[in-house]
Design a protein around this ligand. Structure first.
Ligand SMILES: [Zn+2]
Ligand SMILES: [Zn+2]
Length: 298
């Protein structure tokens, strides 16, 4: 009996010893990287230290665009940036972000150029008496956007000033000429064929360009890229390359997900110029709310 008690105690002691030994087992923390898109490659920018592999984290850290394929909005196709005027626009890629810088000088003719400029032409659509004062001058527009922009939980109204950067390098404005002052037909009649005019901060577009022979660059009722808006989503002309026609599945912002001529069959979210007259026979570039999070254009 005594032996039995002793052996039970020894056994218990051994069990206690074994379990406490297990608790004190040294933990070697390693760094785990988030694998949001589930491709087995981790995001070098999102990590945590832990003994055990956390859910959705991997040891690998070689995925610079980890978020891309997990986002229903897709990634902005890099080929689209080849459309931007290289004399005005510089595009730089830094991991998950794209920075677009422009001097605001478009590479098309306009009566808003100084007469001494080689791109100056007499007005072809502008009513001279309604043209705004000033000539096109160098500016500075810079915006940094996500390479895989996402829709925000709420849409955002755009404000005065640049809401995007056009492929020409000139900034895109919305439908306002001042605080709560919408574009009028009089003001619009002073615009050049590019849909732009001068303002206190420089030359900018409000409208889709006109179908005139002088217009060789800008979108008019076609699939051309118009530019990029401040939430990082691209904006195309009234037609979509995915169907070759006016899209019929656009949301309230003129957006939808499809492939384009730049995306090699991949679907991604982008805007279109909405195929509706704004005032008279003028078509706005973008007069609705942004679906993504606006970044400041400095
Ligand atoms: Zn304006
Ligand atoms: Zn489209």
């Amino acid at each position: 009996m005594k032996y039995l008690t002793i052996s039970i105690l020894v056994l218990l002691g051994a069990v206690v010893l074994v379990s406490s030994c297990k608790d004190d087992e040294p933990c070697i923390e390693t760094t785990w990287y988030e694998d949001a898109d589930g491709d087995g490659l981790g995001n070098p920018d999102v990590s945590q230290s832990a003994c055990d592999q956390p859910t959705d984290y991997v040891a690998d850290n070689s995925d610079p665009d980890d978020a891309s394929s997990s986002s229903p909005e897709g990634s902005t196709p890099i080929a689209a940036f080849d459309e931007f005027n290289p004399d005005a626009v510089t595009v730089s890629f830094d991991g998950n972000e794209i920075t677009i810088e422009s001097n605001g000088l478009p590479h098309h003719t306009s009566p808003y150029w100084a007469t001494s400029n080689s791109l100056y032409i007499d007005p072809v659509v502008a009513s001279v008496s309604e043209m705004s004062p000033g000539t096109i001058n160098e500016g500075s527009y810079t915006v940094t956007v996500p390479a895989s922009p996402k829709k925000a939980s709420n849409t955002s109204a755009t404000g005065l000033g640049a809401i995007g950067i056009s492929v020409s390098g000139a900034p895109i404005f919305n439908d306002e000429e001042g605080p709560n002052i919408s574009l009028s037909e009089n003001v619009a009649s002073g615009f050049d064929y590019a849909g732009g005019h001068m303002g206190p901060t420089g030359y900018h577009y409000h409208l889709e360009s006109s179908d005139v022979t002088e217009n060789t660059l800008l979108s008019h009722d076609d699939e051309k890229l118009v530019g990029i808006l401040q939430d990082g989503f691209l904006i195309y002309g009234r037609k979509c390359n995915s169907t070759g026609d006016h899209p019929t599945d656009l949301d309230a912002s003129g957006g939808h997900s499809s492939s384009t001529q730049h995306s090699d069959g991949e679907e991604f979210y982008h805007y279109h110029i909405i195929n509706e007259f704004y005032i008279g026979s003028y078509i706005l570039l973008f007069g609705v709310d942004l679906q993504g999070t606006p970044n400041t254009i400095m």
